[in-house]
Design a protein around this ligand. Structure first.
Ligand code: C2E
Ligand code: MG
Ligand code: MG
Ligand code: MG
Length: 288
């Protein structure tokens, strides 16, 4: 197979490249039809208050339940959705589902959602999120928006204005995966974060790796000096819980507490903990 290459000639693909391109094109087409088919769904990972040991809320994580491909993790479709601009629709549709679901939870429980760097280039992003709050009736103060540092370095002033609008509505802002990527301590000063999340690559290796432990300690120290609460992600062992609590992490999440769960399993968990709100039948008739 050949492809025209600019003005003067052809560029030959080898077979491997052709297969890769075909796979990528069919993945793109499948994602495009999966959005209106409602195949993208929210999963939920518990976030624990490390001081009380109680459930504080959930981080919503996207999953693709594809009839053709099975249950697909975000790493396999988010990059393609970002490159093609489909991420905006995909993301807003699952955030909407998550808000409708979280309305049935005890009002002390929060929900954190991940926002792609691509979405932070949209000057209307804050308005779109606020519109979802209005439509679903989910309260702004129970929503936390997680952004990564890589979203900030391209257009900091736009990110600042979006974050400012979200905060004006009472939405919390978390800096995700802190310590990885294009880290700059200046970001902590440029944006009024309500929370910093230590990346799991540091937390999960704290035990065997003194450098990781030192980095976790430095970040928690920074958090306490700046009065910004810290969440530790990627807690896989019980022994880390106490350690992180001593270091001043206020929240934690990870496989020790539980793997990301489907809506059905969240309902079962919350029913057991008596954390579901009894709602009037008119409200229950609402469909996601
Ligand atoms: P993240 O926001 O840092 O999410 C945490 C990831 O770490 C999740 O993977 C979670 O399942 C995994 N994890 C949590 N605890 C542990 C643990 O103890 N051990 C290990 N090994 N892993 C743990 P997941 O769901 O595959 O998500 C991967 C990334 O995909 C997320 O990283 C986030 O950056 C992105 N993502 C997920 N949902 C969305 C979304 O709706 N929009 C956007 N833009 N990105 C999303
Ligand atoms: Mg996150
Ligand atoms: Mg994270
Ligand atoms: Mg991470």
């Amino acid at each position: 197979a050949a492809k025209k290459n600019g003005r003067n000639g052809f560029c030959w693909f080898d077979n491997g490249m052709e297969v890769e391109l075909r796979t990528r094109n069919s993945l793109e087409a499948d994602i495009r039809s999966a959005i209106p088919n409602e195949e993208f769904v929210p999963y939920f990972e518990q976030q624990i208050d490390l001081e009380t040991g109680e459930l504080a809320g959930f981080e919503m994580l996207a999953r693709w339940v594809s009839p053709m491909r099975g249950l697909i993790p975000p790493d396999e479709f988010i990059p393609v959705a970002e490159e093609t601009g489909m991420i905006a629709d995909l993301s807003l549709s699952i955030i909407r589902k998550a808000m409708l679901e979280a309305k049935n939870w005890d009002p002390k429980l929060t929900i954190a959602v991940n926002i792609s760097p691509v979405q932070l280039k949209d000057p209307w992003l804050a308005q779109k999120i606020v519109k979802l709050l209005v439509e679903t009736g989910f309260p702004a103060h129970r929503l936390e928006v997680e952004i990564t540092e890589s979203s900030l370095f391209k257009n900091l002033s736009l990110a600042q204005s979006i974050v400012g609008s979200l905060k004006n509505q009472g939405i919390q802002i978390a800096l995700d995966d802190f310590g990885t990527g294009y880290s700059s301590l200046a970001h902590l000063r440029a944006l009024p974060f309500d929370r910093i999340k230590i990346d799991r690559s540091f937390v999960s290796t704290m035990h065997e790796n003194p450098e990781s432990a030192a980095i976790v300690k430095a970040i928690t120290g920074l958090g306490s000096s700046l009065c910004v609460p810290i969440t530790a992600e990627g807690i896989e062992e019980q022994t880390l819980v106490e350690k992180l609590r001593e270091l001043g992490c206020t929240k934690g999440q990870g496989w020790y507490f539980g793997q990301p769960m489907s809506i059905e399993n969240v309902r079962k968990l919350l029913a057991k903990k008596n954390l579901l709100v009894n709602r009037k039948s008119s409200n229950l008739a609402e469909r996601p």
